[in-house]
Design a protein around this ligand. Structure first.
Ligand code: ADP
Ligand code: MG
Length: 300
């Protein structure tokens, strides 16, 4: 084919452009040469380049879906240490990551646990796997989405804003706990949950299970109605583990050869005060300390 008249190649390029077949446009000369050399039947040549076009189309679609999903970078199932959360079954998560059995019926997933336990990581990693399997996902901090929906409501566009989110098979709402009462008053979150009920899936990460959700919705009846819809078809993971970061830091220190006897009770009042103000995060922020909440000690 390389010997074919230049005009043919140029015409073919134009045709392939018009037909929107960019992969074939790039690949055909090499495949044509190989087909000529190896005496492929025409049907084989055609199906090979068609397959390449299709594969390239899938790749581009996944790339687009990845870009729109706004997942936090680097959070994959491969890099998730399942041993750190023994209550979460890897097999179950892998089945969830395939998507088929639950996304089609709009079921939900709820991830609960204290800060640092890997909720956001697991949610993002499942989201990534789902996108690779052809689903559409949007990852957002709950506060950010609530703000956007509130703006839409003010502009009398709430319904269409919620409808636009329908294109996503899964909406990941990260950190429900940080929706403030102020934001809750307009109840946009409730409207979103109601609109997606039994149609489109939601995944929620939250530090507190339902007990605290009265802070999120305007009144107890609405909280109950929201929880009811969310849990009707839901898988709940309770990731009650200590902060992974803190554990990793302690482990790293151990591996540097520091004997465990260096573990010392230090500044208990400071730790207690921090724990009461903002439990785990504040502890993590204490300078020079790697603390184990459960064991109540710090390595200094
Ligand atoms: P949460 O959302 O529960 O507060 P994150 O998912 O943000 O916790 O986890 C805090 C940090 O620790 C992140 O950098 C995350 O990647 C890491 N991490 C947490 N749990 C695990 C785990 N089981 N395996 C690997 N990394 C983890
Ligand atoms: Mg998180």
């Amino acid at each position: 084919m390389r010997n074919a008249p230049a005009i043919d190649a140029a015409t073919l390029s134009t045709l392939l452009n018009e037909l929107r077949l960019p992969a074939i446009k790039v690949l055909w000369p090499d495949f044509a040469e190989r087909a000529d050399k190896e005496g492929w039947p025409a049907a084989r040549f055609l199906s090979v380049i068609a397959e390449h076009e299709l594969a390239e189309r899938d790749r581009r679609r996944i790339e687009r879906h990845l870009a729109e999903a706004r997942l936090p970078p680097g959070k994959t199932l491969d890099s998730f240490d399942f041993d750190a959360v023994p209550m979460v079954s890897k097999a179950q998560v892998m089945a969830i990551a395939a998507g088929d059995s639950w996304l089609a019926k709009g079921a939900n997933i709820l991830l609960f646990g204290p800060p640092g336990g890997g909720k956001s990581h697991l949610a993002a990693a499942i989201g990534l796997a789902l996108i690779e399997n052809g689903w559409r996902v949007l990852f957002m901090r709950t506060t950010e989405l609530v703000q956007k929906l509130q703006v839409a409501r003010r502009e009398l566009q709430l319904e269409s804003a919620i409808a636009k989110l329908d294109k996503f098979d899964l909406l990941i709402l990260d950190d429900l706990a940080y929706v403030t009462k102020d934001q809750a008053e307009t109840s946009v979150l409730f409207e979103l949950i109601s609109a997606r009920y039994e149609r489109r899936s939601i995944m929620i990460t939250a530090n507190q299970p339902f007990g605290e959700w009265n802070r999120v919705f305007p009144d107890p009846a609405m909280t109950l109605a929201a929880v009811d819809r969310l849990v009707h078809h839901a898988t709940i993971f309770e990731m009650n583990v200590e902060s992974y970061r803190r554990r990793s830091a302690i482990e790293a220190k151990r591996q540097r050869g520091r004997p465990a006897s260096f573990a010392t009770m230090r500044n208990a009042a400071e730790i207690d005060a921090a724990r009461q103000s903002e439990p785990n995060e504040a502890l993590a922020a204490l300078p020079g300390l790697n603390c184990s909440l459960r064991m109540g000690y710090c390595l200094i």
